[in-house]
Ligand binder design. Structure first.
Ligand code: PLP
Length: 446
């Protein structure tokens, strides 16, 4: 019999015993023991003492190669000298000031220079806020109210978009032209669903029908070119091109959510496809590890913020420390850095897929650039092209077994099946990860 969930769970609980105790203690003060509910690593979180380079060091005394890197934020790794120095230098000038600073202007300029579709930007504190900001801009600009999003697309935790990012398969229905929007949480007013149209990734026939049907009501289509939180699914270039044509024709704003995928290329993932959206949402990497969100787009659309037609103001929007850390981060993300990051991704995919195919094992790596997905599929050779493929083709128990086991053996992916690469990772780190994955997959299928 192969390695099973129960065995890996016991291994995890032994290795991360102190984290388990901390979790229990923390639950006296924090509901569920930690604020970051997306970090559902098995029965409890892994508490970290410190982080350096590509590694986190847990309170259990374990060193883990960090493929989570704060859900793809920390692309330069931890304690990056330039970023830390920029934060220290900025702190010495004073921060949390009620006036704009030069750092905000410099970061805005850098983003506009790097990303083709950016003429102007507006900063927020997080990408969740930026998602809601982009929606408000789109509604004000078009005078329409509904938003179309992909089933399995995640656009922050705020109410407007909190539908069907991780839907319950049993409730979503099978009619792709009429998918029921499922709230991500209790506490979201049910009537918010009236403004949501759900689309299916990589299915242009259904998307076209729905966009035409709701054209007079749709303010925007929002989508990740490669989804993250709902599971890794990369949209085909032809699919995205056609959505761009349709949204132009129908007077709907196209919004790319590049919160994660801005880390893929200097011009964001959109530069790889050469497709310009009307607006782009981002966050994570651009704040260098300090909370920051952004909406960027054409001057024509963005200027409705300047005219005070659209009101959007937050105490910490465009925070000086986040802008300084973001500038120091982007300065280091040159062509060579992206090449290095993306070549590590290619290596992992090539070596592990080649190995699994040869042995006819139902384990597959996919995704683009420095953010990869993995899945244990029900049969060899299956691929993941829509969110529903996760329901229909992946083996949830084996995914969990692998996640618990690889953590216990020194590597930290995102448990749902995501690997984020960082610059301080070495060739040896990657080789060790590949070998350990082979060992675990072999043990699972023994
Ligand atoms: C694509 C996407 N959009 C928006 C968000 C929300 O970002 P934040 O958690 O920083 O508010 C996330 C977070 O994971 C994301 O992946």
């Amino acid at each position: 019999m192969g390695l099973c969930y129960q065995e890996s769970l016991e291994h995890f609980l032994t290795v991360f015993k102190k984290s388990g105790e901390m979790s229990e203690y923390a639950s006296e003060f924090i509901p569920g023991s930690y604020s970051r509910r997306s970090f559902n690593y098995g029965p409890h979180a892994i508490y970290v003492d410190r982080a350096e380079g590509a590694y986190v060091y847990t309170i259990d005394g374990k060193r883990l190669l960090d493929f989570n890197n704060n859900f793809t934020v920390s692309v330069l790794g931890y304690q990056n000298k330039q970023v830390d120095q920029a934060i220290i230098d900025t702190m010495k000038k004073g921060f949390s000031i009620g006036n704009p600073t030069e750092e905000e202007v410099e970061l805005a300029k850098m983003l506009c220079e790097r990303i083709d579709s950016f003429e102007k930007v507006k900063f927020f504190c997080s990408a969740s806020e930026a998602c809601v900001g982009a929606l408000r801009i789109a509604r004000a600009y078009t005078g329409k109210r509904k938003a179309a999003k992909m089933e399995g697309g995640y656009h922050g935790f705020l109410d407007d978009f909190s539908f069907s990012a991780h839907p319950d398969a049993s409730k979503a229905g099978n009619d792709l032209e009429n998918i029921t929007p499922i709230p991500e949480s209790a506490g979201i007013p049910e009537n918010r669903a009236e403004d949501v149209v759900l689309l299916t990734q990589n299915n242009i026939e259904v998307c076209e029908k729905l966009l035409r049907k709701y054209a007079d009501e749709l303010a925007c289509v929002v989508m990740e070119l490669q989804s993250g939180s709902g599971g890794i699914v990369t949209l085909d270039i032809d699919f995205v091109k056609r959505i761009r044509e349709l949204t132009k024709e129908l007077g709907i704003l196209l919004i790319f959510d590049e919160t994660i995928m801005i880390r893929a290329y200097k011009g964001g993932f959109q530069s790889r496809y050469g497709i310009k959206p009307d607006l782009t949402i981002s966050g994570k990497t651009i704040g260098g590890g300090i909370p920051l969100g952004v909406v960027g787009g054409s001057a024509e659309v963005m200027d409705i913020v300047a005219k005070d037609i659209v009101q959007m103001s937050g105490t910490h929007h465009g925070h000086r420390l986040a802008c300084a850390a973001g500038i120091a981060t982007l300065k280091q993300l040159d062509d060579a850095a992206y090449e290095r990051l993306n070549s590590m991704g290619e290596r992992i995919k090539e070596e592990l897929n080649g190995w699994a195919e040869k042995r006819k094992l139902p384990f597959v790596l996919f995704g683009e650039s420095s953010v990869l997905g993995y899945a244990f599929t029900k049969e060899p050779g299956q691929t993941i092209r829509t969110h529903r493929d996760y329901w229909n083709k992946s083996d949830g128990e084996k995914m969990q077994t692998y996640a618990l086991e690889i953590a216990a053996r020194g590597f930290l992916p995102v448990h749902r099946g995501q690997l984020g690469l960082t610059l301080p990772m070495t060739d040896e780190d990657i080789a060790n990860f590949i070998e350990t994955t082979k060992e675990i997959v072999t043990e699972i299928y023994q």
